[in-house]
Ligand binder design. Structure first.
Ligand SMILES: O=C(O)CCC(=O)C(=O)O
Ligand SMILES: [Fe+2]
Length: 326
């Protein structure tokens, strides 16, 4: 069983009120009052368009029991090393965790240009994205400022960030800590995708950037609609037979897949568009990664935050809508 995680409450929000402390002590007569007090606590940061509420105790208390099942090793194909938790998130909170994150996080629908030779093409990312965290060179101090990991001083000049790193909100920090305890891996970055329908997708790619180091371990959570996760071996000069055997994992809500070893250097993965099944339902994917460099942080911001507007879930319209400060 994993250890109970520490949370980052200390610098995200004021100290807990008496009521929430009573509730945390488990005095059931105070639960209702304690809940309303706790639900007003939130993660705030100068880079956040709006505050992100802390997980309500009915979710966080049960999340402490994750992983729900032991991971199953899948390494029966060349260079593949997966640990598949089916599920990781306890069944009785998987839906409410999905709805909480969809409602409370801010998302972006990023457009960017790529240049191939003389031709510039605009890419419309076919899903909503958002990122949190910072690379190994830096950390957030008690005031929430990003500072050098070793000296505690802000990076200046050519060492300064070209983006504004944002700390993980408590809801993701808690899941990250649990995942670290269960897997023995260390993460400092979270990338969240929201696939609004079967029309949203991610094409074949590997998370093999240099800023993730060699043999990176990436923990990938699924919440909401079931979607196929496809994996295929990268082309090898020798035309290894493994190239012709793609794999399909039908990822269900609450599942977690840890990709490790040579998986990123030798395999590609994708979530293709789909029709039918749960195609009209949304899906959240959270990946925890360990990012090594400032350039990595800037890269994640460019492709997952961009310069465009913020989107937030509208529960009445049942869709992501542009969000504006009022
Ligand atoms: O949605 C998923 O399950 C995969 C997402 C992914 O591969 C990525 O964000 O790099
Ligand atoms: Fe990926």
């Amino acid at each position: 069983m994993s250890k109970r995680p520490r949370t980052l409450d200390s610098f995200f929000s004021p100290p807990p009120t008496k009521k929430s402390r009573v509730q945390e002590d488990g005095d059931s007569t105070q639960v209702a009052k304690g809940r309303s007090a706790t639900s007003t606590e939130s993660s705030k940061h100068s880079t956040y368009p709006f505050a992100v509420p802390h997980l309500p105790p009915e979710i966080s208390d049960i999340l402490n029991f994750a992983p729900s099942e032991e991971g199953r090793i899948i390494n029966d194909q060349p260079d593949l090393d997966l640990l598949y938790f089916q599920p990781y998130i306890p069944k009785n909170i998987e839906k409410s965790l999905f709805e909480f994150l969809r409602s409370e996080l801010f998302f972006y629908r990023v457009k960017y240009n790529i240049k191939r030779g003389p031709v510039e093409t605009q890419i419309n990312t076919p899903r909503y994205t958002t990122v949190f965290g910072v690379d190994d060179t830096s950390r957030f101090n008690e005031n929430g400022e990003v500072v050098d990991a070793a000296t505690g001083k802000p990076a200046v000049g050519k060492n300064a960030y070209t983006c504004k790193p944002r700390p993980l909100p408590q809801c993701l920090a808690m899941l990250k800590t649990l995942t670290e305890n269960a897997t023995g891996c260390t993460f400092n970055f979270a990338l969240v995708n929201y696939y609004a329908s079967g029309n949203d997708s991610i094409s074949y790619h590997s998370d093999d950037e240099r800023f993730l180091g060699s043999l990176p371990a990436i923990a990938s959570f699924s919440l909401g609609a079931k979607r196929d996760f496809l994996l295929r071996h990268k082309k090898t000069p020798a035309g290894d037979p493994s190239e012709s055997k793609p794999m399909k994992l039908p990822l269900a809500s609450g599942d977690m897949i840890l990709m490790r070893g040579k998986t990123q250097s030798c395999w590609e993965h994708s979530i293709p568009k789909r029709k039918g099944g749960e195609a009209d339902k949304g899906r959240i994917n959270i990946t925890f990664r360990r990012n090594m460099t400032k350039a990595g942080t800037a890269n994640y911001h460019r492709y997952n935050v961009g310069h465009g507007g913020v989107f937030k879930w509208d529960d009445r319209k049942r869709e992501m809508v542009p969000w504006e400060r009022n």
